[in-house]
Design a protein around this ligand. Structure first.
Ligand SMILES: C[S@@+](CC[C@H](N)C(=O)[O-])C[C@H]1O[C@@H](n2cnc3c(N)ncnc32)[C@H](O)[C@@H]1O
Length: 217
């Protein structure tokens, strides 16, 4: 489990009562750690992976989008929860990191339902305009890009569609006014923007580094 806002014993208990990742996800987490070292911390936590799969299942997502794929952990989790015939479109700037994701999509048997679009997400996400409405999206990329990604996704999201956003508690720093570094300010502004948006309703969950769930009216 990653950063948790629970006392350690409660966090351990929670993890012990959350379905474990399977061997494939464990192998992906291990390989990412071996290949990327500290950068592996960018990967979502196992409980978040479970959550993504469940949300995809519960929402019967048919057209899902991910912004920030890295080595593929969250995309495998999302793809596994899609409704039959569902599609996941992944956006990422790194060919190198997503090469690992592509391998795991094959191994997981979900490669046929995932399309990867490489390049700056701010540019490539706009290609979704005019296409089928998106019913589920997950944002987990560069933090300064969040407001633009949110805006583009809201414009293509179906009514009732959901956007999940990672790292919205930013290690808890957003809650402390004396924390004034640039990324903390960016996350605060993003969280305020979502709260003030009359087009949606949101809930911030203290899962991992903070996960906000936003539902478009
Ligand atoms: C936190 S990692 C994503 C982790 C991933 N969700 C997982 O579970 O492993 C952020 C990813 O965003 C990508 N990224 C950062 N800035 C980007 C941009 N401007 N456009 C597209 N992708 C970007 C990086 O290449 C990186 O793979």
């Amino acid at each position: 489990m990653k950063a948790t806002y629970l006392e350690p014993a409660v966090g351990q208990y929670l993890l012990a009562h959350t379905a474990r990742p399977d061997e494939l996800l464990d192998a992906l987490a291990l390989e990412t750690r071996e290949l990327m070292g500290e950068r592996a911390n960018m990967q979502i936590a196992p409980d978040q992976g479970r959550f993504l799969t469940m949300i995809a299942q519960i929402s019967a997502a048919r057209n899902a989008v991910e912004v920030g794929t890295f080595t593929g952990y969250s995309s495998v989790c999302l793809a596994r929860g899609l409704a039959p015939g569902g599609r996941l479109t992944c956006f990422d700037a790194s060919e190198e990191w997503t090469a690992v994701a592509r391998r795991y999509w094959e191994k997981a048997g979900v490669a046929d339902r995932i399309e990867l679009r490489l390049g700056p997400a701010e540019v490539r996400l706009r290609e979704l305009t005019g296409g089928p409405p998106v019913d589920l999206a997950f944002i987990d990329a560069d933090k300064p890009g969040y407001p633009v990604y949110y805006e583009i996704l809201m414009s293509v999201l179906a009514p009732g569609g959901v956007i999940l956003v990672d790292n919205t508690l930013w290690s808890g720093r957003v809650a402390h006014p004396n924390e004034r570094d640039e990324t903390t300010q960016v996350m605060r502004e993003f969280n305020d923007l979502v709260m003030a948006d009359p087009r949606s309703t949101s809930i911030m969950l203290p899962m991992a580094d903070g996960l906000t769930m936003i539902r478009k009216h």
